[in-house]
Design a protein around this ligand. Structure first.
Ligand code: AMP
Ligand code: ZN
Ligand code: FE
Ligand code: FE
Length: 301
């Protein structure tokens, strides 16, 4: 039996459209063996996700997609199995969440000026109960007001960099966050390294420096990478001794072509990632969450 492992999934804790429990149950129903819940900048879904996973026998890995910045560009860093209450890391995550709040007002002002008025109340109505506000929630409000046809259209018309509603927000440096995730007992993987033109910033030399900073892996198999990019990135990752992961970056109804399990991580790579996290946990002395093992798979070592 082939074990299917998806290490990048969103819920209503951030900008996915299903609750942590609902997305976990569907992952199991659709034949996944292991799923990581990786909401943006928040661990609020971990306990609900872990409980639902244990109930249905899905292997569960608590994770987070953290907003960072390198060379002036946004870099999404996937942190796994760390202690989110580690003080230096918790401070940075709080600053990122404050930045999300501060940006909302600025973006709404810009949208009003551009003739696309949506209110904060309308945006919050589309965010989950945990308050990790993102552009996808502004997109949902724009769609509801007839100012865009769907999330993707709202990004193209209003919300992408260079469009009328865009505003930057705070993000800590990628190198710093890699070190903090490791010090908090976890392992760090760069999400979709070459999506949206970030290839120029995350070239082979830069990735080598981030590997020196303690990066554990690269998310090579992702929908935003072409086959050629995957081959090239895989070769770079292998040269640097990095773990190679693959995942869906599922957002429920919020993103097309990102169905659960559309890309998966090889079991041997997953085992390496777990071993790295376990080493960091032992070195850090932090109390870290444990992965829930899948039931009745029996092939994960
Ligand atoms: P923010 O976190 O507010 O900067 O918003 C970025 C998030 O919006 C990304 O992490 C994606 O989940 C989502 N996103 C970006 N582009 C699109 C798009 N074209 N369609 C749907 N969602 C998108
Ligand atoms: Zn997202
Ligand atoms: Fe991302
Ligand atoms: Fe994501």
């Amino acid at each position: 039996m082939r074990v299917r492992i998806d290490l990048h999934v969103h819920s209503t804790v951030s900008d996915g459209t299903e609750s942590p429990a609902a997305v976990v149950r569907r992952a199991r129903a659709e034949g996944l063996d292991v799923m990581a819940l990786t909401d943006h900048d928040s661990a609020a879904g971990w306990s609900e996700g872990a409980a639902a996973a244990a109930a249905v026998g899905l292997g569960f890995v608590p994770g987070m997609e953290i907003s960072t910045r390198h060379g002036g560009r946004g870099v999404h860093l996937l942190g796994y199995l760390f202690d989110p209450s580690y003080p230096l890391l918790a401070d940075e995550l709080a600053a990122v969440l404050r930045g999300r709040e501060g940006r909302l007002a600025a973006m709404l002002e810009r949208l009003v000026a551009a003739g696309a008025p949506v209110t904060e109340e309308q945006v919050r109505a589309h965010a989950g109960p945990y308050g990790v506000l993102g552009r996808p929630h502004i997109a949902d409000a724009l769609v509801a007001e007839g100012l865009a046809t769907d999330r993707a259209d709202a990004f193209v018309r209003w919300l992408n960099p260079g469009r009328p509603g865009y505003e930057t927000r705070y993000a800590p440096s990628t190198s710093d966050l890699i070190r903090l995730v490791n010090a908090a007992g976890g392992a760090a993987v760069i999400a979709h390294p070459w999506s949206r033109g970030s290839r120029r910033v995350l070239d082979a030399e830069t990735l080598a420096r981030l590997a020196d900073d303690g990066l554990a892996g690269l998310e090579v198999d992702h929908q935003s990478h072409s086959d050629d990019q995957r081959a090239e990135l895989r070769a770079i990752g292998r040269d640097l001794g990095l773990v190679i992961t693959g995942s869906s970056d599922h957002h429920g109804q919020g993103k097309v072509d990102h169905d659960l399990g559309v890309n998966v991580t090889a079991p041997d790579q997953f085992e390496r990632l777990l071993a790295i996290a376990a080493d960091h946990a032992a070195e850090s002395g932090r109390v870290v969450p444990r992965p829930t093992p899948p039931r009745a798979a029996g092939t994960l070592g």
